[in-house]
Design a protein. Structure first.
Length: 145
């Protein structure tokens, strides 16, 4: 059996019991680790069941997604990194249309511990937040535990 799996969901479906929580929104809502397609890329996503949606960031903007996958089961930890670094055991959540792997990261911003994508070639974590794509040089990366 694989160490983890991705389960397809829509915004109106409940999440599996073993979905991985990655943070909390500023209003206290749980944020789950997810991924979704956007413009040919498979992007790490923050899934917020209380809002019936997942969010990805791309090209400076936050994009809501009704169809997404949520990370389930497995034992994970978060490791501090910076400047595009990712540990060897980091979880690959997707890739760009050009084939660059994208990793799951998170950061605390404005009272929200938010999920986003670590893109090594850009040297940072990007998060979808309040309609925008924000970048951070210091962040945590999801790894196998």
């Amino acid at each position: 059996m694989p160490a983890y799996r991705w389960v397809t969901r829509t915004g109106t479906q409940s999440l599996p019991e073993n979905a991985v929580v990655g943070g909390r929104d500023s209003d206290g809502s749980k944020i789950y680790v997810g991924r979704a397609f956007h413009n040919g890329d498979m992007l790490p996503a923050k899934v917020i069941p209380d809002k019936n949606v997942a969010y990805v960031c791309h090209n400076g903007e936050e994009h809501p997604k009704d169809n997404f996958e949520v990370l389930c089961q497995g034992e994970f930890a978060w490791e501090f990194c910076n400047n595009g670094e990712v540990p060897a055991d980091a979880i690959i959540a997707g890739q760009t249309a050009d084939g660059e792997p994208l990793y799951i990261g998170r950061v605390l911003h404005n009272g929200s511990q938010t999920i986003g994508k670590v893109q090594q070639s850009h040297g940072c974590l990007y998060i979808p937040f309040d309609g925008e794509e924000l970048s951070f040089k210091d962040y945590e990366v999801l790894v196998m535990h």
